[in-house]
Design a protein around this ligand. Structure first.
Ligand code: GLC
Length: 556
């Protein structure tokens, strides 16, 4: 389908998330790096995605795997150098791939020069005003300034020792104590982060994924949160640290910057801004993608929707309706570096209305791997047919399961250290990629070192065991991505079909009139397919019928 200014690349792009620590390791130290990624980019060109999103590779003490940035304008030596980044961008562009980088504007690392200066400066100083420092409550200021909790567990406040050795102020951190929140009411913070955007755009970045995009602005006066807040019973998400009106002005200004890098009339030159915003209800989330704000926002509601036909239909219909109301494309995602991989998530009984799936550890009931993979393939076949843009997380194209039995001694996620054993954290989805079944570290590097141990199942699913093998998950993804592009699914219009209550069925009509029928069987018995040439199925058909937990695309 030819691109027009109405259909710039990001409206239907399939974007592949690389977690730099875990994709390819060129120097063999057990942690992935930028030269490793560059060398493996042909895998993405062959897969048929449009862009690669890189999780943070900036200078960082790595307390939250790089989401704790100490220098926003440099590459951590662990991952390489700025020259390595330039080489990666050049190679990606040469292969026709866009490069999206991660910007972390809610907080820096406590090792950032600004935070060090804040600690060395007195209360009330301009250095402290870049972060959220407050006096404590109670006698001697011994109590935190309010009752906010860190997302990773424990209080969201840490007390400092003042330069003169006395017990001092407290600073806010919605995540780990080594991730102090910036104060976005301070113009200096705004200018700094805008300058960071320009720095990476000038180096050739095609866009940004914006970390914790809904957290930057806090309610005036930092009022206590409702300690009994329960998302399940109050879906308005009305908490003083999230989704405050003030964030939208920031993104309007960011949009102007992104737009200033595009060549007028060239839809391929547009720069993408995508929000990581865990915001409900959907009416609030779509405010982030109004025409003068961001281009996309992750659709986590879809990611969390159980594999139950009525709930899938509802999630897709609602998402399309809300996005259309503001003229934005919808985005679809099933896995990322923060959630249990969908090949494992779907290997559990599906509970109506259930949402978040907590991390799984060796002490928990383990998922049914075969069922999970089958459903994951069906779910992806459904997802990649949907109009809009889709995100694919590294390794899902191999059907990699989450490492749900990772021994605790290997865990590095601060969630585990702050909340374990209640929450085992996210290491299970971050285990390094498998390229070659018979190589050290399954081809992740050539020394065999790996910052998290890889399970034997990864070897059996390595790229070289699936490439060119009919029916493999890798070949399924390649076929889906090719057909999606050829048939213009990403910019099509969806019309619902009624094929029974356990079936999710619709047709997608591309702008040139090409129609594709999509049928997913989430029931307990095989179903008949409508007429039409079968283009692809997530599992082989049985006697021409669509089996349980199987999705098909048909022409017409
Ligand atoms: C986002 C990231 C997550 C990180 C957190 C704090 O949610 O996706 O990995 O821990 O922000 O930066």
């Amino acid at each position: 389908m030819p691109r027009t200014t109405e259909t710039p690349w990001w409206r239907d792009a399939v974007i592949y998330q690389v977690y730099p620590r875990s994709w390819a390791d060129s120097d063999g130290d057990g942690v992935g790096d930028l030269p490793g990624i560059t060398a493996r980019l042909p895998h993405l060109a062959e897969l048929g995605v449009d862009a690669v999103w890189l999780s943070p590779f900036y200078t960082s003490p790595q307390n939250d795997a790089g989401y704790d940035v100490a220098d926003y304008r440099d590459v951590d030596p662990l991952f390489g150098t700025l020259d390595d980044f330039d080489a990666l961008v050049a190679e990606a562009h040469g292969l026709g791939l866009k490069v999206v980088v991660d910007v972390v504007p809610n907080h820096s690392s406590s090792e950032h020069a600004w935070f060090r200066a804040a600690l060395a400066s007195p209360p009330g100083s301009p250095e402290r005003a870049r972060y959220v420092f407050r006096d404590g409550r109670g006698e001697g200021g011994d109590e935190p300034p309010n009752n906010w909790q860190s997302t990773f567990g424990g209080s969201a406040w840490t007390r400092v020792t003042e330069p003169d050795g006395t017990k001092g102020q407290w600073y806010l951190h919605l995540f780990d104590s080594t991730q102090p929140d910036f104060d976005w009411t301070n113009p200096e913070v705004r200018e700094e982060l805008e300058d960071v955007l320009r720095f990476w755009l000038d180096r050739g970045a095609d866009g940004f994924r914006i970390d914790v995009a809904h957290g930057l602005v806090k309610a005036d006066g930092l009022p206590d949160a409702n300690p009994d807040y329960d998302l399940a019973t109050d879906p308005t998400n009305s908490q003083p640290m999230w989704d405050q009106e003030g964030v939208h002005e920031i993104y309007r200004s960011w949009r102007r910057i992104a737009d200033s890098y595009a060549t007028p009339g060239d839809p391929d030159s547009e720069r993408l801004l995508c929000a990581e915003a865990w915001v409900v209800p959907a009416e609030n989330l779509v405010k982030y993608v109004r025409p003068d704000e961001l281009h996309q926002s992750f659709n986590f509601e879809y990611l969390m929707t159980p594999w139950i036909a009525a709930e899938q239909r509802e999630a897709v219909a609602q998402a399309l309706e809300h996005a259309a109301a503001v003229g934005a494309p919808q985005t679809w995602v099933l896995s990322n570096h923060d959630v249990v991989r969908h090949a494992s998530r779907l290997g559990y009984p599906q509970t109506p209305g259930a949402r978040r799936v907590p991390g799984v550890g060796p002490e928990h009931e383990q998922p049914d791997a075969e069922l999970g993979l089958r459903r994951a393939r069906a779910a992806t076949t459904l997802m990649l047919s949907l109009p809009g843009s889709a995100y694919v997380y590294q390794g899902e194209e191999l059907g990699l399961p989450d490492v749900t039995d990772l021994p605790h001694e290997h865990r590095q996620d601060p969630t585990w250290h702050r909340s374990g054993p209640a929450d085992v954290g996210r290491d299970g989805c971050r285990v390094p990629m498998a390229w070659e079944s018979d190589a050290p570290a399954y081809g992740f590097n050539d020394t065999g070192r790996s910052w998290l141990p890889q399970p034997a199942s990864y070897g059996r699913l390595a790229v070289d065991t699936q490439r060119g093998v009919e029916g493999s998950t890798l070949e399924l993804y390649r076929t889906l991505l090719r057909l999606r592009r050829e048939r213009g699914l990403g910019t099509g219009e969806l019309t619902w079909l009624d094929l029974g209550q356990d079936v999710v069925a619709f047709s997608v009509t591309a702008t040139d009139g090409t129609a594709t029928t999509v049928v997913a069987n989430l029931g307990r018995a095989p179903v008949a397919l409508p007429d039409g040439e079968v283009l692809v199925t997530s599992e082989p058909l049985a006697d021409g019928r669509l089996g349980v937990d199987t999705t098909a695309w048909l022409a017409g």
